[in-house]
Design a protein around this ligand. Structure first.
Ligand code: ADP
Ligand code: MG
Length: 383
């Protein structure tokens, strides 16, 4: 542990903007659960060509042949993962490029979105046997940063926090709620623990402990609250030799396991606008408002309406590479929730983000062996 520090928002603010890009959107279908089978559910989702998702209320083979006559919709995403997709495949397709970007000094964000039980935490954290995106990303980061570090010196720092009922908490060191402060560099969670990590095994243990600190529903003490958002931030810093120029690079990766979308983000099918559920999650609702405003190209984006959107400001509007993974269940009993998730995922495809330039600082151009030696000494002194 290296004490508390800022959220790395400074890293984001330092990123210079380049030409805009958009959010990459993926869908992951999870296998049918035993509970769903026992309840007599049938599959209402079919994934074709690794991109197309067909959602139908009834899903027998003949229904698919008569698609136009069944209630349902067709969606297309950057990639759609059938239920047989491995954690590694999901990581490689959705997040590996962002990790590469972080090593080039560009910030990246991945968020999992979907109803409770749709597979968000499985995708993000996973299990000991099948670690998810958070763990696989850090593993990849460790391997690559070690290979590329100019002087063997590098740091990977983690912070893990929760937003629950508009309260921000440190999952690595539970205690009093954290206060968000906005300064010139962006949003900062004052006093958030930054954990310096050295091995992947250590990270898995740390994240599992962190997850146990997530708020649970009062009625079901062993289950994470469906209203809790978890945000992991990984800041990687190292020096590398870029064609003879030694550059210091710093990049931030944010991995976000959002609260269950079922209660906050219902959509009115006629107007396609969000309508407030009976039990609103203010942060998720604010997220939908921000997505709408971004898609419509509004000048004012209402980030300030919730803690979550304040924290995600640099991930949504850029400058940042952003990925959304929408998690869905195959069961027809979840038809409404799945339709809603796919609707928001579809909408997220239209968000134009500000592109993101590398956050690197060239230290010096060494022109002789002597200079090289001096440079190494200087770098050592800095640390
Ligand atoms: P959420 O976080 O969205 O509420 P979970 O990730 O906890 O949902 O998933 C609900 C259940 O389904 C868990 O028991 C989880 O292990 C299982 N599950 C989810 N996705 C998969 C998958 N792709 N393969 C196997 N099991 C999965
Ligand atoms: Mg979960």
């Amino acid at each position: 542990k290296v004490g508390s520090a800022q959220m790395g928002a400074a890293v984001a603010a330092e990123n210079r903007e380049v030409a805009g890009s958009r959010i990459n959107v993926f869908v992951r279908l999870r296998p049918m659960a035993k509970k769903e089978k026992d309840a007599g559910s049938r599959s209402c989702v079919k994934i074709v060509n690794r991109k197309d998702v067909y959602l139908t209320e009834f899903a027998s083979e003949t229904d698919y042949l008569r698609l136009k006559r069944v209630r349902g919709r067709h969606f297309c995403f950057d990639a759609s993962f059938p239920d047989s997709t491995s954690q590694q495949q999901v990581y490689s397709t959705t997040t590996a490029d962002l990790v590469e970007g972080v090593l080039q000094g560009r910030n990246g964000s991945v968020f999992c979105y979907g109803a409770t039980g749709a597979g968000k935490t499985y995708t993000m954290l996973g299990t000991l046997e099948n670690p998810g995106v958070m763990v696989l990303a850090i593993k990849d980061l460790f391997a690559k940063i070690r290979q590329r570090s100019y002087d063997g010196d590098h740091s990977v720092q983690l912070s893990y926090l929760e937003v629950y009922n508009e309260t921000v908490r440190d999952l690595l060191s539970p205690g009093r709620p954290l206060v968000l402060r906005e300064d010139k560099q962006g949003i900062i969670a004052a006093g958030l623990t930054q954990f310096r990590a050295y091995t992947t095994d250590e990270v898995m243990t740390l994240l599992q402990q962190g997850n146990q600190n997530r708020t649970t529903e009062p009625t079901r003490v062993n289950e994470t609250s469906s209203r809790s958002h978890a945000i992991l931030q990984v800041v990687a810093e190292y020096k590398c030799n870029d064609s003879g120029i030694i550059v210091k690079r710093i990049g931030k990766l944010s991995l976000i396991d959002l609260a269950g979308s079922e209660r906050a983000l219902a959509t009115d099918q006629r107007t396609q606008r969000s309508i407030e559920g009976a039990n609103i999650n203010r942060s998720l609702l604010a997220l939908s408002s921000c997505i709408n405003a971004l898609v419509e190209g509004k000048k004012h984006i209402p980030y300030r309406n919730s803690k979550l959107t304040q924290l995600l400001k640099d991930s949504l509007g850029g400058p940042c590479n952003t990925v959304m993974i929408a998690n869905i269940s195959p069961s027809n009993l979840s038809f409404g929730e799945t339709q809603n998730t796919l609707h928001w995922a579809d909408r997220a495809k239209e968000i134009k983000t500000k592109g993101c330039a590398s956050n690197e600082e060239s230290i010096r151009v060494p022109d002789s062996e002597v200079d090289q030696a001096k440079l190494v000494l200087e770098l050592q002194k800095e640390n």
